[in-house]
Design a binder for this molecule. Structure first.
Ligand code: DGL
Length: 278
């Protein structure tokens, strides 16, 4: 395992449970890492919020959370937050911040038809950040995006164990593949961390032989790379159990707790700093 810093404490952030896919990927390669999780459920879904509301909110929420939780590293396991707030967070926080952005570079590396699809929230789909990724890393590919309104919510339900009707997922896939040149897509990037939990449905319902790209394992590897550069940390920091914070009470706490228990969280607690901009 190498560096003692791999024993560190990490805070993973998302608007909801989407970042739990990144938590799983972190657990797979960094079993000694202590992971706390913050979900801004009071403002879920981020994908339907105006940009000017999100940046200030995310920065003040995470400043308060980092003061309380004292992580060694922060992971923004949310494309909608990363594509708008990463520079501001890195400016304000003194710890390393690892983001999660749509896997357009990866898609550009492997697409043979040079036509790639991106499924994301509607907020991420309209971000200049996505255009920059396309221009910089996959400019010779046609990029077809679909900003989906309902998928993050379906993913929340899938995570809790609901059976999601195929028709609801198919409706969103149709919006991607029935765009002009959609039949040429051979690679689809997941541009929203929530969609990890719908991957089995995507693979079953879309036409076969597509490459589906989930960036969660790559985010975990980047966390490991950053941790390897950190100084050793004190062990008392990692002795406290992993904590799960939410900015509003879950609709069905027992069901949520049952679902997150497989990722090592035993109960949730409310996190609502008074200074938070709504
Ligand atoms: N999980 C989030 C993402 O990666 C956002 C979902 C939402 O709140 O709309 O974009």
């Amino acid at each position: 395992m190498g560096s003692p810093a791999l024993l560190s404490r990490c805070l993973v952030f998302d608007s909801g449970i989407g970042g739990m896919g990144v938590v799983q990927a972190l657990r797979d390669i960094l079993p000694a890492l202590t992971i706390d999780y913050l979900a801004d459920t009071a403002l879920f879904p981020y994908g339907e919020q105006p940009d000017d509301r999100l940046t200030g909110r995310i920065v003040s929420l995470l400043e308060a959370a980092c003061r309380d939780v004292q992580p060694d590293i922060l992971v923004i396991a949310c494309n909608t937050a990363s594509t708008i707030a990463l520079p501001a967070l890195r400016e304000r926080l003194s710890i390393p911040v690892v983001g999660c952005v749509p896997p357009i570079r990866w898609a550009g590396r492997i697409s043979t038809t040079r036509t790639v699809g991106l499924l994301s929230t509607s907020a991420t789909a309209r971000r200049p950040y996505v255009l920059e990724l396309h221009r910089e890393f996959a400019s010779d590919c046609r990029l077809i995006t679909h900003g989906a309104r309902g998928l993050a919510d379906l993913a929340e339900r899938a995570f809790l164990g609901d059976v999601i009707p195929d028709a609801d997922v198919e409706r969103e896939l149709t919006c991607l593949f029935e765009q002009p040149h959609g039949e040429d897509i051979d690679t689809v990037g997941l541009g929203c961390t929530h969609y990890t939990f719908l991957m089995p449905a995507f693979q079953r319902l879309a036409h076969p032989n597509l490459n589906w790209l989930d960036p969660a394992p790559a985010v975990a590897r980047q966390v490991r790379t950053v941790l390897e550069t950190l100084a050793p940390i004190t062990t008392d920091k990692v002795s406290a159990p992993p904590r799960l914070f939410m900015t509003s009470a879950p609709f069905n706490a027992p069901r949520l707790e049952a679902a997150v228990s497989r990722l090592g969280f035993s109960e949730w607690s409310l996190f609502s700093p008074l200074a938070l901009t709504a």
